[in-house]
Design a protein around this ligand. Structure first.
Ligand code: PLP
Length: 510
């Protein structure tokens, strides 16, 4: 492909992408396939001779698209969002064209310097303490990682190094292996699995701290475990707090936990992978209070700040990189891999083309949509809300057994109209509804709720099984929306009354 063809194909690709995103609602959000579907559809070996762009694009529709889970569909409510915006896509295209591998300043000065400035912009958007801002002190400052998992691991490695040095400073005769065997890391029982994985990779014990009834870790819970472990001769060294837990978006209480960690020489890392983006809104910023006690902090603009994957920010990385790699100023030591992508370009494009106001509006709109969904659930007596709705995630379930909820989710998944995933809260099977796609509007939320209630009614109410066309045929909605306001017992009672009237009136009518 030469530059002339690239121009032509590039335009075609932009059209394809714009069409894909504009019409994404027409595609089932979740693929209807079995594992192993793809291999039989393409040759076993790479072609010997070049193929055409047209052939490849035909196969994108034939082979790839049927196997895509459409994360950018407004009917995608699973996991947490994977941010996506046109400015970020364009910046990524430019990054691909520049094609640099920024492992040192000289390897691409703009790649290095823009990253530092973008992390300062981000730090200021979040109103972080000045020590997080590189411009102010010439040190501090953040770096971009690929994922929150990498950031958590790097923080744990830094904490481990620091703890070993500290113990060796006071008892130099203690062998490193002995210190290692006594190190204990802590995190919430609600923390993401990547935290436990970091401890596995770091070769240290990890204990799960129980949470209160809002699924948050409180100071006294951590304190109790630290005391127990210290009296057993162990060395607590790392605590990973979560702001916005994966199951229910709960917030560990940093203002209680931070002073305890500082007092006990326990490194506090704050994982705000999803919720961190919301702290650019003054109304959510208080949830970050206590960050001044943290040794490290990370969140994913690639989740909720309209910057496409991958882009995970550590707003003050100096603490981590200095300890893990004994240097923060050398760029080779800003992350685990050597090569660095030019990720800051997409932040720069997005921050400039949305502005802080635009980014705040995006967060606020998605939170408002989650609240709208919450109101729909609360208005229906058959369902219950399972955790406080603070941001864009609603945890809900049918009242009653886990089995009822598992069956409901199975039927929702089978329909492929919307995509949800479950979680466990206090041993209960709960459905998570996360507002994800940038293009989600109120009408999608309303339709998703209609779909959920109809799916439930279709599985429990013979009056409803006649409508095989739902939810495509939403025009025939009246019966369902009326019935869906009632609980199952009321519907059963109505059926019995109708049967009774029918049996007793029929002979007289003859
Ligand atoms: N931490 C939390 C709280 C998360 O919710 C997630 C993913 O959803 C992660 C960490 C992992 O993120 P990543 O894929 O960037 O490693």
């Amino acid at each position: 492909m030469d530059a002339a063809e690239f121009r032509r194909r590039g335009r075609e690709m932009v059209d394809y992408v714009a069409d894909y995103l504009e019409n994404i609602e027409q595609r089932p959000v979740y693929p209807d396939l079995e594992p192993g579907y793809l291999r039989p559809l393409i040759p076993a070996e790479a072609p010997l001779e070049p193929e055409t762009f047209e052939d490849i694009m035909r196969d994108v529709e034939r082979v790839i698209m049927p196997g895509v889970t459409h994360w950018q569909s407004p009917y995608f409510y699973a996991y947490f969002p994977a941010a996506s915006s046109f400015p970020a896509m364009l910046a990524d295209m430019l990054s691909g064209a520049i094609g640099c591998i920024g492992f040192s300043w000289a390897a691409s000065p703009a790649c290095t310097e823009l990253e530092t400035v973008m992390m300062d912009w981000l730090g200021r958007m979040l109103q972080l303490p000045e020590c997080f801002i590189a411009e102010t002190h010439g040190h501090g400052g953040g770096v971009i990682q690929g994922t929150a998992s990498e950031a958590t691991l790097m923080a744990l490695l830094a904490a481990r190094c620091k703890a070993i040095r500290r113990v060796q400073a006071s008892s130099p005769e203690t062998p490193e292996a002995e210190i290692f065997s006594k190190l204990v890391a802590y995190t919430s029982e609600q923390a993401h699995s990547s935290v436990e994985r970091a401890a596995l990779i770091g070769g240290v014990m990890m204990r799960k701290v129980p949470t209160d009834n809002s699924y948050a870790v409180r100071g006294d819970m951590l304190k109790k475990m630290l005391e127990e472990d210290k009296s057993a001769g162990l060395i607590p060294f790392y605590f990973c707090a979560t702001l916005g837990t994966t199951p229910s978006c709960a917030f560990d209480r940093l203002t209680e936990l931070g002073p305890i960690c500082n007092e006990e020489n326990v490194w506090m890392h704050v994982d705000a992978a999803y919720a961190g983006s919301a702290f650019i809104c003054p109304e959510f910023r208080p949830l970050l209070n206590g960050i001044e006690f943290a040794n490290s902090f990370n969140f994913n603009p690639h989740k909720w700040l309209l910057v496409n994957f991958d882009c995970s920010a550590i707003p003050d990385a100096a603490a981590i990189t200095t300890i893990v790699f004994c240097s923060s100023s050398v760029l080779q030591h800003w992350q685990i891999p050597l090569g660095r992508r030019f990720r800051s370009l997409k932040m720069w494009f997005v921050f400039r083309m949305y502005g802080l106001n635009g980014l705040q509006s995006h967060i606020r709109k998605q939170v408002a949509l989650a609240k709208e969904f919450e109101s729909l659930v609360r208005a229906d007596k058959r369902f219950e809300i399972c955790a406080e709705v603070i941001m864009g995630l609603v945890c809900f379930r049918l009242k009653g057994s886990n089995e009822r909820n598992q069956n409901l989710l199975k039927k929702i998944a089978k329909s492929r109209e919307i995509h949800l995933v479950p979680c466990q809260l206090s041993g209960r099977f709960v459905l998570r509804f996360a507002v994800c796609a940038r293009t989600t509007e109120s009408r999608h939320i309303q339709q998703a709720w209609r779909h959920i209630t109809h799916t439930f009614m279709n599985s429990c109410c013979f009056l409803c099984t006649a409508d095989k066309n739902f939810p495509k045929n939403v025009a025939q909605d009246n019966h369902h929306s009326t019935v869906s306001q009632w609980n199952q017992n009321e519907v059963m009672l109505l059926h019995m009354v109708l049967l009774f009237l029918y049996c007793f009136s029929f002979p007289h009518n003859r």
